[in-house]
Design a protein around this ligand. Structure first.
Ligand code: BJW
Length: 250
C-alpha cells in the first residue's frame, strides 16, 4: 500500500541519476477509457483472441478482424492521456536514464509526450501490406478513422492491409526486444497495468531483478509478478504515480 514508509523508500530510490525503467500494460490506459484485455470488463470477455488477434484469424477473415480494429481505433481516437501517462512523460524529461516500455498499442504515451517509447506489441495506428509486397514500405502510419471499406487495401498491390500490431504467435521486433532487455539493466523497474501473463513482456521483471533492480508493481489486482517484486502497490496507476511524483524534489 502507499503509506509513508513506501513513499519514502521510493523517493530515495528515484534519485536524479537513477536508471529507471517503467513497463506499462492496458491498465495504465483504463482511466482514459481504453478497454483492457483481461478481467471482468476486458475485451477477451466478449471476443476470442483466437478469432481476432492471430495471423490465422486474419488469413481466414480479414474483414471480421478489421471490424474489431476499426472499432477500437474509433474508440481510442476519442480517448486522451490520463495522469499516469502525463507523469511518465514528465519522468522521461526529468530523468536522463529513463526508459518507457509499453505493451499498449494505443499511442497514449506518445500523445502525452514520452519519446522514445519502446512498443513491444506495435501500434494500432500503423498498417502494413499483408502480402508484404515489394513496392510498399514495411509499415506506415495511417490515422484514418473509420476506414471507408474493410479491409483497407494496399495502394501498390491491392491486397489487404493489416494492423501494425503483434498478434499471438508472431515474433516481436528483435531490435525492440533487445532494447527492452538492455533497459532491464536498471536501478528501479516498475511494472504497471499489466496482468503479466503475455510473454516475452512478462519475463522482463525477472531480468530486472537478476540485474539487481528494485522492482515495483503498481496494479489494483494481484498478478503472477506480485510474488516476484520487491514492492506491490495495489492501487490504480493514475492515482499512485502522481503521489510518488509529488515526493520528488522540485
Ligand atoms: C490497472 C488499472 C489501473 C486495471 N492502474 N493497473 C506458454 C508459455 C509462455 C508463452 C507462451 C505460451 N504459449 C504461447 C506463448 C507465447 C505468447 C504468450 O505469451 N501467450 C500467453 C498468453 C500464454 N506470446 C506470443 O505469442 C508473443 N510472441 C511470441 O512469443 O513470439 C515468439 C516467436 C518467435 C519466433 C517466431 C514466432 C514466434 C506475442 C504476444 C502478442 C500479444 N498481443 C496482444 C494483442 C496486441 C494487438 C492488439 O491490441 O489487438 O497484446 S494480446 C494482449 O495482451 C495485448 C496486450 O499488449 C497483451 C498484454 O495485456 P496487458 O497489457 O497485460 O493487459 P491485461 O488486460 O491482460 O491486464 C490489465 C491489467 O491492468 C490487469 O492486471 C488489471 O488489474 C490492471 N489494471 N486498471 C493499474 N487503473
Amino acid at each position: 500500500m502507499l503509506d509513508g514508509p513506501v513513499l519514502d523508500r521510493l523517493a530515495r530510490t528515484l534519485t536524479p541519476d537513477a536508471r529507471i525503467t517503467v513497463m506499462t500494460g492496458a491498465g495504465v490506459s483504463a482511466a482514459s477509457g481504453v478497454p483492457t484485455f483481461r478481467g471482468s470488463t476486458g475485451l477477451w470477455r466478449n471476443f476470442r483472441a483466437e478469432d481476432l488477434a492471430t495471423p490465422e484469424a486474419f488469413a481466414r477473415n480479414p474483414r471480421t478482424v478489421w471490424e474489431w480494429y476499426d472499432w477500437r481505433r474509433q474508440l481510442i481516437a476519442r480517448c486522451v492521456p490520463n495522469r499516469a501517462h502525463e507523469i511518465l512523460a514528465s519522468w522521461s524529461r526529468r530523468f536522463p536514464a529513463f526508459t518507457l516500455i509499453t505493451q499498449n498499442v494505443d499511442g497514449l504515451h506518445e500523445r502525452a509526450g514520452t519519446d522514445p517509447v519502446l512498443r513491444m506489441h506495435g501500434s494500432i495506428w500503423d498498417v502494413s501490406c499483408w502480402n508484404g509486397c515489394a513496392a510498399s514500405p514495411p509499415r506506415w502510419r495511417d490515422d484514418t478513422v473509420p476506414f471507408t471499406a474493410l479491409p483497407p487495401t494496399c495502394a501498390h498491390c491491392g491486397g489487404p492491409l493489416r494492423p501494425g500490431v503483434v498478434w499471438f504467435g508472431e515474433p516481436l521486433d528483435p531490435e525492440v526486444v533487445d532494447a527492452c532487455l538492455d533497459a532491464t539493466r536498471c536501478d528501479v523497474f516498475f511494472t504497471s497495468g499489466t496482468s503479466a501473463v503475455v510473454y516475452p513482456a512478462a519475463g522482463l521483471v525477472a531480468h530486472a531483478r537478476r540485474h539487481g533492480a528494485t522492482t515495483v508493481e503498481v496494479n489494483p489486482e494481484g498478478t503472477p509478478a506480485s510474488g516476484e517484486v520487491d514492492l506491490v502497490i495495489a492501487q490504480p496507476a493514475e492515482l499512485v504515480l502522481p503521489v510518488v511524483d509529488a515526493q520528488l524534489p522540485r
